[in-house]
Design a protein. Sequence first.
Length: 87
Amino acid sequence: MTENELEAQGKRVREGVVVSAKMNKTISVLVTRLLKHSKFKKIIKRHVKYFAHDEKNEAKEGNHVQIVETRPLSKTKRWRLVKVLPS
C-alpha cells in the first residue's frame, strides 16, 4: 500500500531514522519534524521517538524507515514498520 492509501484509511504515516534495533521484533524510530515558531517565525526542530513492530527484523540502526499507526501491540508499541527506505 502506498502512503496516500494508508492516509486515506485514516492511518498516520511517519518517516524517521532507526536509533535502536537491539530488541527482538521491535525498533525505536526517531521522527524529526520542522515547524515555524508562531511568534518569532524561527524554524524549530521537534523530535519524537516511536517504538515500531518489525516482524522480520529487517531494519538496522541508521536506516530510514516508514512506519504506520496500528492497533496496540504491546504496552509501548503502537506503530508498525511499512518499509525500509533507500538512504
